[in-house]
Design a protein around this ligand. Sequence first.
Ligand code: TNX
Length: 538
Amino acid sequence: MKQNALHCFALTLLLAAFAQAAPEATPRPAALIPAPSQLTMRPGRFLVSDRTVIVASKGAEAEAAMLARSLRALTGHELSIVDRQAAGNALVLQLDGDLAPSLGPEGYRLSVTPERALLKAAAPAGLFYAGITFGQLLPPQPGSAEVPCVEVEDAPRFSWRGLLMDPARHFWEPEFVKRMIDLMALHKLNTLQLHLTDDQGWRIEIRQYPRLTQIGAIRKQSPQKGNRKAGDGEPYGPLYYTQEQLRDLVAYAQARHVTLVPEIEMPGHFLAALAAYPENSCRGGPFEVRTAWGVEPDILCAGNDAAVTFAQNILGEVVELFPSRFIHIGGDEAPRDRWKTCPKCQARMKAEGLKSEAQLQTWLNRRIEAFLASKGRRMIGWDEILEGGLTPGATVMSWRGVQGGIDAAAAGHDVVMSPTSHCYFDYAQGRGPREPESIGGHIPLEMVYLFEPVPQQLAADKAKHILGAQGNLWAEFLWAPEDVEYFAFPRAIALAEVTWSKAASRDFNGFRRRLEEHLRRLDRLQVRYRPLDPQGRP
Ligand code: TNX
């Protein structure tokens, strides 16, 4: 009995010792989102203080400055950037080209010991993402500056991790676009498609064609909030981005490793341009910028050489502003009825031996693609560009399901998956009465999380053509920035994990647990996300 009590006492001591040592020996894993490829927790902690320095090796200076900024926001500490470590601990940023074959330009290694956090990558983007991960190792409470020791090796699964914003339907001020870029970067999303033109508005200054914004950037009224069939009687605009603002946005995004992909819709969704320059239509106008949502029957005239030149000249200015490899030409929902009765379009079809209006769209795309190629760019368009046969270099964004993407990839074309089944972030997230008005549909968080961008039907050797996936924030029913944030988050975070993390590590319950902690970070940034509560908005 005595013996037993002694044993018991010893055991208690041992357990107590363990309990104390436990947080040091095996720290709780941090809520990293998206989940990294490999994470090993080590004993000990790294403390960020005023004595911590950032050591930037050659070529890492810009990333060091970005990291200092974000750590100041997260911890309140002002870290100085030096080229050599002195007293105290340090975050060391190193570029190492030898890591390129294993980690690519966006992958990184992060190794944190009590004395040193070593961030290594083959290219600046990787260092940037190592810094984001370091920031997520800090606890979500403000002011706390302790990071657990870890070894992380990480690289994205896909190169296109995208969102689309739609300033054509409702205009987003540059400051808000910057906020969205910041929030994307926080989740390692790297591509923001800007839907700059549509039937309801032209939102990009084109110097050669000033009426595009003088006329195309204003609509007489918009559908009423809460009653989409009625007009609100309120003139909207002129609202557009100047070229100077766009250059500034591009630079802002570049510093955060986000590529801005401009989308200039053609031949359909083009009414705002035709309102300004009606001679580029089949019927000659006059037209007004569309005041209802939906699709307009009047489109660019593909039979008219001057209209094709008009489109090319616009793109000529667009490529000067946006350095992105891809230029998006829309191509969706172009009713080809006007082409059927247009003498010029019919003459073109005859002269070129085209058997259908769909082939005429392909003919137009070929001209546009060649023009973009002459500027060193690649053309991407919605899956309708498949209908008359794909042009040789086209990349397809598959939105009407994934079949367009499967067909394009099978034929050796690159593809970005953005199907209405999983990626339409303008659809409702819940069915409850407290959900805000939306265009319709129902895509809850879990649906996005379970999206697999590489369809099973696709042959294994074609999987490499799937560049990634994109969530689309169409803005007919997003009226204000808070709506964009509500519809985007947390679904964009699920998409970030889908496009960054290994397919094998996908686990919705684990994601949800990490997300709950991660949402405290979004609270600090005052992001107006949809609460996880099944009822949505409070
Ligand atoms: C279809 S997706 C469209 C957009 C709308 C969206 C609304 C696509 C290529 N075209 O013009 O905004 O649906 O969900």
